[in-house]
Design a protein around this ligand. Structure first.
Ligand code: G
Ligand code: G
Ligand code: MN
Ligand code: NA
Length: 251
């Protein structure tokens, strides 16, 4: 309805832009990655991606919007590469995009413009996407992985068939969902997070924790060898300009 009508014009009206949330290696204290997060400002009002992404998926507007996100992410990755900064740019990918004709074709086109190694880009896919068992989506993920792009399972633990899928797809990383950490130490959250971290360790998969807001949470994760942290404790998602200032400050 109303929102949908405006979303159709959001791209051409330049109402969409990205913010980037730093991911910190707790030992080196350096920024090792950033997650690209889409923002939509319409008539001075910010509309949350949690609200408009599902709509964009239903209407397939996520295809051109996703291409915009990819372009901006590739641009930033090239900046990092050219300035000898090894920071990975993570992009969220919806199931609708994971087709040879969409995401894969877009990636191949962009690759001709830029020079950075593929490992500067990480694709975050959700567990639920794997569970739907869409053959084409899985094949696209595998091919991107084979080409050297990093593949991460986002929101890990919120889907269902997680364990068997971890065996079938050798991902580089999993991101523990914020829900398993957000109430630590008040609730039992710690034990679930610990379980997921140990699982990742046993499978030799790197683990990223997101939504870290307190020193208690940080210390707990560090103690259990979860070394890459994303959350308001370090920084909220930042504009490109603020991101560069933040990286500069930490290095
Ligand atoms: O930034 P925020 O926490 O409000 O994001 C809310 C949700 O929107 C998250 O689940 C995030 O993965 C999703 N999201 C943000 N940007 C993008 C994007 O560029 N593409 C897709 N598919 N999802 C996104
Ligand atoms: O689903 P996904 O992991 O892509 O969502 C990332 C979302 O989490 C973004 O909307 C981002 O703004 C939000 N986020 C990141 N760090 C924190 C945090 O420390 N606390 C809270 N409440 N949200 C966070
Ligand atoms: Mn994400
Ligand atoms: Na997540």
């Amino acid at each position: 309805y109303e929102l949908l009508k405006h979303m159709r014009f959001a791209l051409e009206q330049n109402e969409l832009y990205l913010h980037f949330q730093p991911q910190i290696n707790v030992h080196s204290k350096h920024v090792v990655g950033v997650e690209a997060l889409l923002r939509w400002k319409h008539n001075d009002q910010l509309i949350s991606p949690a609200q408009f992404i599902p709509l964009a998926e239903q209407t397939r507007l996520i295809i051109p919007i996703g291409e915009f996100v990819l372009k901006e992410a590739f641009k930033l990755a090239e900046d990092f590469y050219k300035s000898n900064t090894s920071i990975v740019v993570a992009v969220n990918i919806s199931a609708v995009q994971l087709k040879w004709d969409f995401l894969f074709a877009q990636v191949m086109r962009l690759k001709q413009v830029y020079t950075f190694p593929n490992a500067f880009i990480e694709f975050e896919v959700t567990e639920s996407l794997l569970i739907t068992n869409e053959d084409e989506a899985i094949d696209v993920i595998k091919e991107l992985k084979r080409m050297g792009f990093l593949i991460t399972i986002d929101d890990f633990g919120t889907g269902y068939a997680s364990l068997s899928y971890l065996k079938r797809f050798p991902f580089e990383r999993i991101k523990i969902d914020r829900n398993f950490i957000k109430d630590y130490p008040q609730t039992d959250d710690g034990s679930i997070a610990k379980l997921i971290i140990n699982l990742a360790k046993n499978l030799n998969i790197e683990i990223v924790a997101e939504g870290i807001e307190t020193l208690d949470q940080l210390e707990f994760l560090k103690q259990h060898d979860c070394n890459i942290i994303q959350g308001f404790y370090f920084s909220k998602p930042l504009s490109k300009e603020d991101l560069f200032a933040y990286i500069h400050k930490l290095s």
